[in-house]
Write a protein that binds this ligand. Sequence first.
Ligand SMILES: [Zn+2]
Length: 216
Amino acid sequence: MRSGEDAADSASEDGRREGAVDASRARVLDETAMRLALDQAQNALLVGEVPVGAVVVRDTPAGRQVVATGYNRPITDHDPTAHAELVALRHAAHLLGNYRLPECELIVTLEPCAMCAMALLHARVKRVVYGARDPKTGAAGSVIDVFGEPRLNHHTRVQGGVLAAASAELLQRFFATRRDMARMRRAAARPADAGVAPDANVAIPTGEATELPPKA
Ligand SMILES: [Zn+2]
């Protein structure tokens, strides 16, 4: 027969194991949702928008349900608020018939900006998961921390860094291609300036979404 101490050790060991299983399951769910968000980011890329994608999910007795998806489309829609998060959030709120989504989580490939972060707080979204950090406009701690602001009365949980490399790579490829195209245009306009120095800076300049020239 096990002593009381042995039984307690065994119970706490079981608890730790269950905790680890839960954490591992949560990570798989986050990564699965992030892959859907990355697909959405690809859609943005295909139409010449900064590649950021988002999905809204919720857990139901039948399992996890994807409620809505969205990708960055401010240029396409002539709408400075059409960030991936807000496109997905509007769609989800419309489908669920409620302006508050306390049972929903939003997964987005890039750290939300202040506008999106506030909208997510207004919607009472339960949790936000993002991929890459945005050193230029990130409002989950990179530039400011809207989610961590104690004076705001609702606190959405935030998890960053999920499949961050894949999200960042998509953005870096987009901006590298855009720089190459700008260089080619300059070279075509001034054939004498053939030797333009390559720009090796590949920071993630996501705030540039609204700076893209209108499409011809
Ligand atoms: Zn935003």
